[in-house]
Ligand binder design. Structure first.
Ligand code: PGA
Length: 264
């Protein structure tokens, strides 16, 4: 992969004002970004998107939304559509985050329609997949990934796979109650994802970044980024302090295997 992908989902933690302050601090350390091939993305709450979009205009930080409806308009109270997000400068949509699937009951049927809508509107799609602790214990961790990927991408229009990123986030590894996944386990799950993408898209699968997420922290991040098929990291808690996130970016970039190819 010729780029390093690092991003954060702010979940429901920062108000619009707090998000703006966070972004200001994040870009103020921009000179320290060690690589020009870094793709950095931030996914704030809906209410922060407008101000964030205005502020980030011109900065190399991709603005993402945490969810999106599958229809453009209609009787969908409480939902936000693709045209609404586009208007605010959003270019990336995260779909299928573990909390959407497991707290709000989003199904693969809903997700495949959302993936289709996001692709149709030209968004980058960050599709999150991952097994629960029970599924892991039952030994179906690989099957779950394959099922989620194949179902959720089943309506993706041909050629749109180039706008796709996959985040592997084991449900049991996410958040304050999460346990960080072991490197060997992450490596195997990412291999399964790449193999599945090959089955769907052939050689283009090599161009689809696969990010790891779930209790990524300053200690494990540099190790995780060196694993085969780990093209980036998707970070929650450890990225919500802009300075600390910058330090992680620097440390991860310093050991990122793609670094040498870029500098030569
Ligand atoms: P965490 O969150 O890094 O705080 O575990 C990850 C996520 O939910 O994407």
């Amino acid at each position: 992969m010729d780029k390093l992908y690092l991003g954060t989902n702010l979940k429901m933690y920062k108000t619009s004002g707090e998000t703006l302050a966070y972004l200001k601090e994040l870009v103020s350390c921009r000179g320290e970004f060690p690589l020009d091939r870094l793709e950095l993305f931030v996914i704030p709450s809906y209410t922060a998107l407008e101000k964030a979009g205005e502020f980030l205009n011109g900065f190399p930080v991709t603005l993402g939304a945490q969810n999106m409806a599958w229809e453009d308009k209609g009787q969908f109270t409480g939902e936000i559509s693709a045209p609404m997000l586009k208007e605010l400068g959003v270019t990336l949509v995260m779909l299928g985050h573990s909390e959407r699937r497991h707290v709000f009951g989003e199904t693969d049927e809903m997700l495949r329609r959302k993936v289709k809508a996001a692709a149709g509107h030209g968004f980058q799609t960050l599709l999150c997949v991952g097994e629960t602790a029970a599924q892991k214990a039952a030994g179906v961790n690989r099957e779950i990934l394959r099922m989620q990927i194949k179902q959720d991408l089943s309506l993706l229009p041909e050629g749109k796979e180039r706008n796709l990123k996959i985040a592997y986030e084991p449900v049991w590894a996410i958040g304050t109650a999460g346990t960080p996944a072991a490197s060997e386990y992450v490596q195997e799950q990412h291999r399964v994802i790449r193999e599945c993408l090959y089955e769907l898209f052939g050689k283009t699968a090599d161009e689809i970044p696969i990010l790891y997420g779930g209790s990524v922290n300053p200690e494990n991040a540099p190790k995780l980024i060196q694993l085969p098929n780990v093209d980036g990291l998707f970070i929650g808690r450890s990225a919500w302090n802009a300075k600390k996130f910058q330090e992680m970016i620097r440390d991860v970039a310093a050991v990122w295997p793609g670094r040498d190819a870029i500098q030569s």
